[in-house]
Design a protein around this ligand. Sequence first.
Ligand SMILES: *[C@@H]1O[C@H](CO)[C@@H](O)[C@H](O)[C@H]1NC(C)=O
Ligand SMILES: *[C@@H]1O[C@H](CO)[C@@H](O)[C@H](O)[C@H]1NC(C)=O
Ligand SMILES: *[C@@H]1O[C@H](CO)[C@@H](O)[C@H](O)[C@H]1NC(C)=O
Length: 340
Amino acid sequence: MSGVTVPRSFRLWWAWAGAALLVALWLLWLPWWGAGEVPVPRGTLTILIWHWPFVSQSPELPSDTCARYGVPHCRLSTNRSLLASADAVVFHHRELQNRRTQLPLAKRPPGQPWVWVSLESPTYTHGLNRFQGIFNWVLSYRHDSDIFVPYGRLEPCEGPAPPLPAKNGVAVWVVSNFHETQRRVQLYRELAPHLPVDVFGQANRRPLCGNCLLPTIARYRFYLAFENSQHTDYITEKLWHNALTAGTVPVVLGPPRATYEAFVPPDAFVHVDDFNSTRELAAFLVGMNETQYRSYFTWRERFCVRRFKTWEERFCAICARYPHLPRDQVYQDLQGWFQT
Ligand SMILES: *[C@@H]1O[C@H](CO)[C@@H](O)[C@H](O)[C@H]1NC(C)=O
Ligand SMILES: *[C@@H]1O[C@H](CO)[C@@H](O)[C@H](O)[C@H]1NC(C)=O
Ligand SMILES: *[C@@H]1O[C@H](CO)[C@@H](O)[C@H](O)[C@H]1NC(C)=O
């Protein structure tokens, strides 16, 4: 007799347990269906972009935006209604600096991480003293940023390097923001008598169209990859795109040689600090023979240039770093940190 009753009560127990589990799952999903058009799966991080950088109209952000950059479980949104629930909120400095946008300090949920974002150099960054003790994380080109997003990097790549473009000029410089106070302008003025330099760009009323930039630069042996100002880790597309992608040798003015060597092989560029005088630098460039010139391109046998071009990709990096980001950190002196 007991051999029949025991299995029956077991079956009853399993039926109850199964029903309870279904109800629990349904209750868990319920709030997500109410939230927006597309339910956000549990475990997905929501990154709220308070103001899209530089433009008033933000781009479309399909739900698979970050997955396309290899970052799953990450949703970017510009919907400010998500302030109460976002896992992090992103503020791009330019719009704070020119007061196109304000920080929603009064509505900030307790403990919500706020991310300060800027890819500009400290020289062209103003008003940081208004933002002391507010931000938890920094996204910038500085290597010691919480979310480190360089302008580019070298990545191992397969297959033979493309042939070097044919050269018929010595040195070229593309510049739009040209001021006598800039170190790069002083250096150019000293170099020009000893080195033939063709200058393109707004500064010289010889702008290059987007598709003309690389083919034009490629015809020269050297590109003056002079940063507009010299700061910690401030290395921009002037190195990655204008010089390395074009297939020319960068002559760099920026942070010290050691910083460049942290990103590219030591024999991939000429650093202006390697010379005791500008005249010496010019003589070195003009006198370089073909064997020595070609040795600057050894990196191309193993690496390709990878640039980080879109804001979507940069913001998705927040999710990739999220598990490792410090929870209780506040930049009490953002200005002091960034301006050093
Ligand atoms: C913004 O989010 C809120 C809350 O989830 C939602 O009700 C609203 O439809 C969203 N707005 C847009 C434009 O997607
Ligand atoms: C610069 O000057 C120092 C000391 O005078 C000398 O040892 C060094 O070789 C010079 N560098 C170059 C690149 O000529
Ligand atoms: C090219 O220049 C390098 C460095 O100055 C020198 O060592 C080499 O002998 C030169 N090669 C030729 C073929 O002139």
